[in-house]
Design a protein around this ligand. Structure first.
Ligand SMILES: *Cc1c(COP(=O)(O)O)cnc(C)c1O
Length: 392
C-alpha cells in the first residue's frame, strides 16, 4: 500500500492553517528562557509554583538518580517497584486525605486507568463537554455509554443521570476540577450532590488544582469547601508538583483494584526514581512554602485585572490559567507571534485542543514571575493590539 496519504493528510492540516511545529526552549520552568534562540519571558509553563527549578527539588532528583539509577527498569508489579514509589503513594494519600493512592506513568495514563478498569459496556459515564482529552479517550476505551453535559452545567449532568442511570449497571460522573484550557472551576458541590443522589461515583481530575488551589494547596475540592472528598481523585505530578507522572487517590480497595486491573498501570514502566524523588520534595514544599501559592495568586490577579480593565476578552477567575480571545485560529497564531517579537511568549491554542471557533491565547502564570515580568506581558498585549486598532 502507498504511504502517500500521510503526506496528503499533512497538506490538509497545512491548508486548514492548523499545522503545529515544535518550538525549542533552552530552559523549562523559568519565567525567562529562550525559544528558538530568542530571549523571552514565557507564560506557558504548568510548573505553577516554580518548583521544577527549586534547589531542593533538583537536588532530590539528582540524588535519586545517583542512588537508584535513571530508569525504574520495569513495571511496578515486575521488578520496577521501589520503596520510593510506595513512599510517594503514601504521602499523596496523606496529602489528599485518602486511604491510599496509586502512581501512574503520567496523568494521561491515570485517567485511562480509572475508567478503563472500572467502567465497561454496561455502564454509564456522564462527562463535561470540555473535559481533558485523556478523559475522553478513557471514555472510549471503557466502551461505556457516554453522555456529555454542557460545560459546567450541573443541572444538565443531573438530568442525564436521571434519564440514563436506571439502565446502567454502574455510573460515573467525571469532571476536571480546573479546566485546562479555560482555567475555570467545575461546580464540584452541585456535581457531587447529583452523583450522590443518582447513585454514581464522582471522579475529579485535579491536574491543575493540586498544589495550586485551596489554603493548603490540596486542590479544587479544598478551594470550594467540599465537605466530603470525591470517591476518585486523579492528579498529576507534572504540573505544580514539578515532575512527571500521575496518581489516583481514594480508598485502599480502589487503589488495589487499579493496581490489578488498570492496564496503563500494569503494562507500563514505573516512573523514574528522579521523578518520584522530585515530586516528593515538591509535595513537601507545597506545605513548607505557602508564600508561593500566595504569590501565584497575586500574579494571576495582576495579569487578569489589567487585561480585563483594558477590555481584553478574559473571563473572571481565580486560577493561573488565563484564556484570551483574539479572533480565529490564524489571528491567534499571528497575535502570539507578534507578542513573541516583543519578547513575551504566550502560546496560541487552536482546534483540536479547543473546540472549533474558540481559538485563544492561553497564558499561564507562575509564582516565580516578578511583577515586572507580568507587566511586560500586559504591555506586550497592548502593543500587539495597536496595529489591529489602526487597521480598524
Ligand atoms: C495535563 C492534564 C492531564 C494529563 O496529565 P499528564 O501528567 O501531563 O499526562 C490530565 N488531565 C488534565 C485536566 C490535564 O490538564
Amino acid at each position: 500500500m502507498s504511504a502517500d496519504f500521510i503526506h496528503e493528510e499533512l497538506q490538509a492540516i497545512h491548508r486548514e492553517g492548523l499545522h503545529r511545529r515544535l518550538r525549542l526552549f533552552d530552559e523549562a520552568g523559568t519565567p525567562r528562557t529562550r525559544v528558538d534562540g530568542r530571549e523571552v519571558v514565557q507564560f506557558a509553563s504548568n510548573s505553577y509554583l516554580g518548583l521544577a527549578r527549586h534547589p531542593d527539588v533538583v537536588r532530590a532528583a539528582q540524588e535519586a538518580a545517583r542512588t537508584y539509577g535513571t530508569g525504574a527498569g520495569g513495571s511496578r508489579l515486575l521488578g520496577g517497584g521501589l520503596r520510593l514509589h510506595r513512599e510517594l503513594e503514601e504521602e499523596l494519600a496523606r496529602f489528599k486525605g485518602t486511604e491510599d493512592a496509586v502512581l501512574f506513568g503520567s496523568g494521561y495514563q491515570a485517567n485511562l486507568g480509572i475508567l478503563g478498569a472500572l467502567a465497561g459496556p454496561d455502564d454509564l459515564v456522564v462527562s463535561d463537554e470540555l473535559n481533558h482529552a485523556s478523559i475522553i479517550d478513557a471514555c472510549r476505551l471503557s466502551r461505556a455509554r457516554v453522555e456529555i453535559y454542557r460545560h459546567g452545567d450541573a443541572a444538565h449532568a443531573d438530568a442525564l443521570l436521571a434519564e440514563h442511570r436506571r439502565t446502567a449497571r454502574r455510573a460515573f460522573l467525571v469532571t476536571d476540577g480546573v479546566f485546562s484550557m479555560d482555567g475555570d472551576l467545575a461546580p464540584l458541590r452541585e456535581l457531587q450532590a447529583s452523583a450522590q443522589g443518582r447513585d454514581a461515583l464522582f471522579v475529579v481530575d485535579d491536574a491543575h488544582g493540586t498544589g495550586v488551589l485551596g489554603t493548603r494547596g490540596r486542590g479544587t475540592a479544598e478551594h470550594l469547601g467540599l465537605g466530603r472528598a470525591p470517591e476518585i481523585q486523579m492528579g498529576t505530578l507534572s504540573k505544580a508538583l514539578a515532575g512527571e507522572g500521575g496518581f489516583v487517590a481514594g480508598t485502599s480497595d480502589l487503589c488495589d483494584l487499579l493496581r490489578n486491573r488498570a492496564r496503563s498501570f500494569v503494562f507500563s514502566t514505573a516512573p523514574s526514581p528522579a521523578n518520584v524523588a522530585a515530586a516528593r520534595a515538591a509535595l513537601r514544599l507545597v506545605d513548607a512554602e505557602p508564600h508561593r501559592r500566595k504569590q501565584l495568586h497575586e500574579n494571576q490577579k495582576r495579569l487578569r485585572s489589567a487585561l480585563r480593565e483594558s477590555e481584553w476578552s478574559v473571563p473572571e477567575g481565580e486560577t493561573p490559567i488565563l484564556p484570551v480571545s483574539v479572533g480565529n485560529g490564524a489571528q491567534a497564531l499571528a497575535f502570539s507571534q507578534t507578542m513573541e517579537d516583543l519578547g513575551v511568549y504566550v502560546p496560541a491554542i487552536r482546534p483540536p485542543t479547543v473546540p472549533v471557533g474558540s481559538a485563544r491565547l492561553r497564558a499561564t502564570v507562575m509564582a516565580t514571575h516578578t511583577a515586572a515580568d507580568v507587566d511586560l506581558a500586559i504591555h506586550a498585549f497592548q502593543r500587539a493590539r495597536e496595529p489591529l486598532e489602526v487597521a480598524r
